[in-house]
Design a protein around this ligand. Structure first.
Ligand code: SF4
Ligand code: SF4
Ligand code: SF4
Length: 348
């Protein structure tokens, strides 16, 4: 452990930490737009700057390691002025349409502009208007709202390992490129949506998103049942409807999902879903009560089992059931029917 001074108070912190990590552990909030603890420091947004005694320039706390006896100011006048200037510049080069933006209420740029008192961009003027890219099946990219934090590109290469996207051009023309404008057939993108999950603003957003505001939803933690990994995720629920999915920042997926976990949830509220069991009578399916259906299933099972034994049965269950339902299903086959012939579509 080493001793450092932050905002006039002494703290013992672990060696090799960054100033940002040390402050986070102590409970000092430092704003960031491009930082993600799972990624290499990038120092692109420069919002995390702090004042360090003996240094003329402000330093980015995400890439600055702590040193014995360091004197740090995280919210001095100079630091606040720099953060305001950065936010002012970002917001000046931004559409500023929070009223109609899908991300409103869950946008870090909006939050920080509010916190630092940036009401409109002082340098706002003529801006280039780029077309929104809808070429991916599951999400869209709006270069006009992109703040070039690089999180999507880094998550795709450092965590997802796909390397499908990159930043192209320089200055005001910089934007995220591919899979969008190269066409999906030429892209390496696997549509996992991990870039969408980390975008701090409304640049990368899911397509066909149900209309909701952040404060209208409940987050319900659950386990993805599409395969055996057991990724943790939050279902975003508005009323009694699932309107989105976010990866949970915990083991085993640590904030990542695949295309199924992230986007394949619309079957849950789909209008074609059966609401009652169907029983075939005279060659035609007819709606029935659960009591009727269970009675038929039970009688048929006993009839067949008595005649041919338990091994003639096989049960196939679905990734679109919950873990708990799948557990009960195998229990029924093993303990009641007495066969191990049971499988699941996710056992690849
Ligand atoms: S991305 Fe954020 S700041 Fe930009 S318009 Fe949307 S809500 Fe507002
Ligand atoms: S959806 Fe996944 S693979 Fe495609 S660009 Fe985003 S992170 Fe990369
Ligand atoms: S699309 Fe989003 S995550 Fe990617 S660089 Fe732009 S603002 Fe950052």
């Amino acid at each position: 452990m080493i001793e450092i001074n932050i905002n006039g108070l002494k703290y013992n912190v672990e060696e090799n930490m960054t100033v940002l990590e040390a402050c986070k552990n102590i409970g000092i909030e430092i704003p960031t737009l491009c930082y993600d603890e799972r990624l290499e420091p990038y120092s692109a947004c420069r919002l995390c700057v702090v004042e360090v005694e003996g240094k003329k320039d402000l330093m980015t706390s995400c890439s600055l390691k702590v040193k014995e006896g360091m004197n740090i100011e995280t919210h001095s006048k100079k630091v606040i002025k720099a953060r305001k200037d950065i936010l002012d510049l970002l917001f000046s080069n931004h559409p500023q349409d929070c009223l109609s933006c899908e991300k409103s209420g869950d946008c870090k740029l909006q939050d920080y502009c509010y916190e630092y008192g940036i009401e409109k961009g002082s340098f706002a003027g003529e801006r280039k208007k780029y077309p929104i890219d809808y070429s991916n099946h599951f999400y869209s990219y709006d270069p006009n709202k992109c703040i070039l934090c690089g999180k999507c590109v880094r998550v795709c290469s450092e965590l997802q390992g796909t390397n499908a996207i990159g930043l192209e051009d320089r200055g005001f023309d910089t934007k995220v490129v591919a899979p969008f404008d190269k066409g999906l057939s030429k892209s390496k993108c696997v549509s996992c949506g991990n870039c969408v999950s980390v975008c701090p603003v409304g640049a990368l957003v899911p397509k066909n998103r149900e209309r909701y505001r952040h404060w209208e939803i409940k987050k319900i933690r659950t386990t993805c049942s599409y395969c055996g990994v057991g990724c943790q995720m939050d279902l975003l629920v508005k009323g009694d409807k699932i309107v989105g999915v976010e990866p949970a920042m915990e083991s085993p997926n640590n904030g990542l999902l695949c295309v199924k976990g992230k986007f394949a949830y619309s079957f849950i509220n789909h209008r074609d879903r059966l609401k009652t069991p169907l029983v075939k009578r005279n060659g035609k399916f007819e709606e029935a009560t659960w009591d009727e259906a269970y009675k038929i299933i039970r009688n048929k099972i006993y009839e067949i089992k008595d005649k041919y034994g338990p091994e003639v049965f096989a049960g196939l269950t679905s990734a679109r059931c919950t873990n708990e339902e799948n557990y009960l299903f195998q229990k029924l086959f093993r303990a009641v029917i007495k066969t191990n012939n049971v499988d699941h579509c996710a056992r690849l």
